[in-house]
Ligand binder design. Structure first.
Ligand code: GDP
Length: 297
């Protein structure tokens, strides 16, 4: 289960304060040390942990007595609020263009869940807004990627624009956008190529697609299971593409929590959705406060 170790360790760290009428300096020091270790063990970015612990400690020292609450509850409340803040405070909606179509470019490493997530998002908009999306298959390096998108398209009844693997992806996107214009699609999703790791050629191609398509949203898909690698990936993509949002996938797995807790703080970019399974309906809006409550158990 996601966050299992982190939840248990945070609860244990704070449990020791329960029943105390007053928290001493050394009680607080011990608790903060345990919170720090719990976060590091969950693979949260080192600087994020440092800032988090400092903020919680400062607030705990600054608000010695909070009316109606005992000290242990105060600490839990502060930790809850600061976890929420670290993850971005409030949910951030999808960017939309004032004029159709809204163009959403999807980027991410191979296997992160990009193609699945395009389908989930298109399906969500179709169901919620009766939207008429078009999905463009611009991953020409793996024929299987195009087939996969076509399969997803059939499953959710959303058209896929594809030109096989012999055309330059930028040209595919150009023609796909023209098709969307002609067909009055209100959303266009561009499924781009991923690699096993970030490389120059991939980034240049994505930059060229961005330049042509002027996307309203550049959505980076990252696998929550990969912890700090997910954070490094997000940073790498963001430096090159200036992404507008992040989707964190595989939160139904036993992710430790490092990616969810670090990405916003490290990149400054909001997590907008989370993937919680392989089905087309397994996509949820990311609510930092609800995620904090889930982490605290
Ligand atoms: P891509 O290479 O980035 O396009 O990745 P895919 O969309 O092909 O996904 C890779 C694998 O991850 C597939 O087996 C998906 O079913 C799976 N996957 C994607 N998102 C999720 C998720 O949120 N939860 C789980 N459990 N699996 C996911």
């Amino acid at each position: 289960m996601a966050f299992e170790g982190l939840t248990e360790r945070l609860q244990n760290a704070m449990k020791k304060l329960r029943g105390k009428g007053k928290i001493s300096e050394s009680d607080l020091r011990d608790t903060m040390r345990e919170i720090r270790l719990a976060l590091l063990e969950a693979d949260v970015n080192f600087d994020v942990v440092k800032d988090f612990v400092k903020t919680v400690r400062d607030r705990a020292v600054g608000t010695k007595v909070l009316e109606g609450l005992n000290p242990a509850q105060q600490i839990v409340k502060i930790v809850d609020e600061e976890l929420t803040k670290t993850m971005g405070e409030t949910a951030v909606p999808l960017n939309k263009s004032p004029k159709i179509p809204t163009v959403i470019m999807m980027a991410g490493l191979q296997g992160a869940g990009k193609t699945t997530t395009v389908g989930k998002l298109a399906n969500r908009l179709k169901t919620e807004e009766k939207a008429r999306p078009l999905m463009i298959a611009a991953d020409v390096y793996r024929p299987a990627a195009i087939d996969q998108l076509v399969t997803v398209g059939k499953q959710i009844d959303v058209p896929v624009f594809e030109m096989g693997t012999d055309t330059d992806p930028v040209e595919i996107v150009r023609q796909g956008l023209a098709k969307a214009e002609a067909d009055h699609n209100d959303y266009v999703f561009i499924d781009t190529a991923g690699r096993l790791q970030i490389d120059e050629q991939l980034m240049d191609e994505l930059a060229r697609i961005k330049e042509l398509a002027h996307p309203d949203e550049i959505m980076l898909v990252v696998d929550a299971m990969t912890g700090q690698n997910a954070v490094a990936t997000a940073k790498g993509f963001d430096e090159k593409l200036d992404v507008t949002g992040v989707i964190l996938t595989k939160l139904d797995g036993d992710t430790r929590g490092g990616a969810a807790l670090s990405i916003r703080a490290v990149t400054g970019k909001p997590i907008k959705f989370v993937g919680e399974g392989e089905k087309m309906s397994d996509l949820d809006v990311f609510h930092p406060d609800r995620m904090a409550s889930r982490i605290l158990g």
